[in-house]
Write a protein that binds this ligand. Structure first.
Ligand code: URP
Ligand code: ZN
Ligand code: ZN
Ligand code: ZN
Length: 471
């Protein structure tokens, strides 16, 4: 046989094309695409199915070291299994630098956490929280040259946030070295002041998390991030954009020719601030930052997904359990919102939600779906064309979708280790029936397959979209 595997009779879609063809796979790579390919050692009949690039989830949190007592529920094993069962074949979680820690030590620690666990391939972003002389002059340039070519910085959270001068300093390094900088844009002082006001008034229920982080604080920080990017002349990517006011800032930047990329996530079209106001304390499950907004803002998110304002659609999977001692409901007690860990789980549901709500309901087309979920994240972070598309010479990372499969999302059927999903009971149409990682089945439509540890670490190239305008 010519091939290890042939996927026959499917409809192949990439970010640009849709074609009826077979896909021939050998040595973990796509080696042929065409009609009536020769036989393979294995064959999959994909008649009536969509053959799509496996998803690249370029913003998810797995086994990140947290403050004393707080643990992420998903490590590289459960996280990548869950991702694979939802059609994702590459994840890029975060090696986070703690204040006072060397960046190199953070990356090495994160490798130890990943070692022997992943079932799909993975790369690392870094989180830079302490840009010392040594970090700026030595560690960051070296790590970038070794394949860690993107990092996230925060404008909020006391243990992570950088001031404007620090942001300028790291942006200047990113420009010189060719790295992509992801920015969490919320104004920390506004949030701190509002939180105090709310607490003084006794307003501490989960729903006040949204009150403490109105869109103004995201708009202001987004504007400032764009200005700092323009000052230094380096592209940036604004992560988890929640709605209209931030979008307007990004649109303004595009109008001025600035290279400002933007990401959004399922929670910003699936949830609203009202979901933080569920009976009892269950609203804690939907606490994330920025918070979900309202119906009108959900429409802005859809418009941005359809019209190219957004480049990346990721999960921002943040696996905090409801019932853990320091989880969403720490020690089984209702605590003021400021003590509730931020973020929602979503590795496995990311693609089905966008497929069903987006492609299924005619809000985006299939090519756009592939671009947002696979091709463009791979390009943004230096993994394309090995990852993110179906093309000869690329890795055979493929999700075969049944576009008609009806699934009611239930946490019992998901494979993450979080004890809830914000999407319990949501009906979707379309789900992967086979997920392949380098030609090997990692999900067979029923159960995860493939040994923990088969997933490989990916060194990222310098991302082409990170190049400065050279003004
Ligand atoms: O609320 C969120 N998004 N938590 C996860 C961490 C982050 O800022 O992305
Ligand atoms: Zn963030
Ligand atoms: Zn995040
Ligand atoms: Zn299962």
């Amino acid at each position: 046989e010519d091939f290890d595997l042939v996927i026959r009779n499917g409809t192949v879609a990439t970010a640009s094309d849709i074609m009826q063809c077979d896909v021939g796979i050998a040595g973990g790579k796509v080696v042929a695409m065409g009609r009536n390919l020769a036989s393979g050692k294995r064959e999959i009949d994909a008649a009536g199915k969509l053959v799509l690039p496996g998803g690249v989830d370029s913003h998810c949190h797995l086994d990140q070291p947290m403050e004393e007592g707080l643990e992420m529920a998903d490590d590289f094993r459960s996280g990548t299994i869950s991702a694979a069962c939802g059609g994702t074949t590459t994840v890029i979680p975060f090696a986070a630098q703690a204040k006072g820690q060397s960046l190199r030590a953070a990356v090495e620690d994160y490798h130890r956490r990943a070692e022997g666990k992943a079932v799909i391939d993975y790369a690392f972003h870094m989180i830079v929280s302490d840009p010392t002389e040594k970090v700026l002059k030595e560690e960051l340039p070296q790590l970038i040259s070794e394949g860690y070519t993107s990092f996230k910085i925060y404008m909020t959270y006391d243990d992570l946030k950088l001031n404007d001068r620090q942001i300028i300093d790291v942006l200047a390094i990113a420009r010189r070295e060719g790295a992509m900088v992801m920015i969490h844009a919320e104004n920390a002082d506004c949030i701190a002041w509002l939180t105090e006001q709310l607490e003084d008034a006794g307003l501490t229920a989960p729903k006040y998390h949204a009150t403490s982080r109105p869109m103004l604080v995201e708009r202001e920080a987004t504007h400032r991030a764009i200005a700092l990017s323009e000052l230094v002349d380096v592209p940036i990517l604004i992560v988890h954009v929640s709605g209209k006011e931030a979008i307007e800032q990004i649109r303004w930047a595009h109008g001025h020719g600035l290279r400002i990329y933007a990401e959004t996530c399922p929670q910003y079209f699936m949830l609203t601030a009202d979901d933080l106001d569920q009976e009892g304390y269950h609203g804690a499950k939907c606490i994330c930052s920025p918070p979900p907004r309202d119906k009108e803002n959900q429409q802005y998110i859809w418009d941005g997904l359809a019209n190219g304002l957004f480049t990346v659609f990721s999960s921002d999977h943040a696996p905090f359990r409801y019932a853990d001692p320091k989880g969403k409901m720490p020690g089984g007690k209702e605590v003021p919102f400021r003590y509730i860990p931020n973020g929602t789980p979503g590795l496995e549901t990311r693609l089905p939600l966008l497929f069903s709500e987006g492609v299924g309901k005619g809000r985006i087309d299939l090519n756009r779906f592939v671009a947002l979920t696979a091709t463009d994240p791979a390009k943004m972070y230096g993994l394309y064309p090995q990852k993110g598309t179906i093309a000869i010479g690329g890795d055979a990372d493929i999700a075969i979708w049944d576009p008609h499969k009806e699934v009611v999302i239930a946490n019992d059927n998901l494979h993450h280790n979080v004890d809830y999903t914000p999407y319990e009971g949501v009906a979707v149409t379309g789900w992967p029936v086979v997920t392949l990682s380098r030609g090997e089945v990692v999900y067979d439509g029923k159960e995860p397959q493939g040994a923990a540890g088969r997933g490989e670490f990916l060194k990222c190239g310098l991302p082409d979209p990170a190049r400065p305008r050279k003004r």
